[in-house]
Design a protein around this ligand. Structure first.
Ligand code: HEC
Length: 278
């Protein structure tokens, strides 16, 4: 029976080592590896099977009312990791000095302590090799770099979609394609109130020097985005993406000084582009 226990123990340790192995080396990868999950689940299943077999062996032993068989593995394990000397041998290990009646035993260093001690050394060597010699792992600074790069990529995507485009960051574009798109948006959505050429009908004249809410790309973008609901100017942010509001605002800037026929009388104040407000 003892040999069965030993075999089961050996199996148990091998399985635990396998699990540890898969976790330790999974550390450097961020994505969940299905293969590793499978291996772990398999290992756990094997452990459960081993425990069940062991319990079966223990309980099928009829003459063991004390449960000695059940306790043996724990005892063997304890003995194995502590290598404690039996109490009868204590007198042989006694060191020959006494302090205030306290005596000292010359116990050997327990194996569990040595495991830890040498284990940390081996771990340290592996760690150093992986992280500093072969550069397989990511040290903190590299991890930081990788995250920053990733963030930059994501930011670039957001910039492209116009997520960062708002009244604070908007700039006037002069790209012909953008201005053409702006013109199309204007004719489709704005001309009914601001006239085909921005001369103004219900809405104000967008070609002169005078602006009710201030000129320049940022003010125009703001009015387009939020509207002036009380005065009949719609908020467009739910209908036009930031890029499109930028395009139509840029287009409006090009209308300046166009002097279209039937121009509506100037409203608001004369707008001077501040030198820094670009
Ligand atoms: C339903 C009519 C209507 C539509 C459609 C409309 N606007 Fe207006 N818009 C107005 C009115 C009215 C005002 C004046 C608001 C005020 O008096 O404060 C205005 C003001 C503005 C101003 C500010 C002008 C200034 O003097 O400060 C801008 C810029 C503007 N509109 C752009 C647009 C753009 C771009 C569109 C299309 C995407 C658009 N508007 C569509 C009625 C409209």
């Amino acid at each position: 029976m003892k040999s069965i226990n030993k075999i089961l123990f050996a199996a148990f340790f091998i399985i635990i080592t396998l699990i540890n192995h898969s976790f330790v080396f999974a550390e450097t990868e961020t994505a969940v590896d299905l293969d590793k999950v499978m291996k772990t689940m398999l290992a756990v299943t094997l452990i459960i099977i081993a425990v069940v077999i062991w319990l079966f062996v223990v309980y099928s032993e009829k003459n063991d009312n004390e449960g000695i068989l059940f306790k043996t593995p724990f005892k063997v394990f304890k003995q194995y990791i502590t290598k404690m000397s039996p109490i009868e041998k204590e007198s042989e290990m006694l060191l020959h000095h006494k302090y205030d009646g306290i005596e000292e035993l010359d116990n050997r260093i327990p194996p569990w302590f040595n495991f830890l001690f040498y284990g940390t050394i081996i771990w340290g060597i592996i760690y150093m090799l992986v992280f500093h010699v072969f550069d397989d792992g990511q040290v903190q600074s590299k991890e930081y770099e990788a995250e920053m790069n990733q963030a930059a990529v994501e930011r670039q995507i957001l910039v492209k979609t116009g997520a960062f485009l708002n009244e604070e960051t908007v700039t006037a574009l002069s790209d012909a394609a953008v201005l053409l798109e702006g013109k199309e948006i204007f004719i489709k959505n704005c001309a009914s109130c601001h006239g085909q050429n921005g001369e103004g009908t219900v809405g104000s004249n967008l070609t002169d020097d005078f602006w009710i809410h201030g000129g320049g790309i940022k003010n125009i973008f703001t009015v387009v985005k939020y509207g002036v609901p009380a005065k009949g100017m719609i908020s467009w942010q739910t209908q036009l993406a930031p890029r499109k509001m930028q395009a139509v605002s840029s287009y409006i800037l090009t209308l300046h000084g166009a002097n279209p026929p039937n121009a509506k009388a100037p409203e608001g104040e004369k707008w001077e582009e501040p030198k820094t407000n670009k």
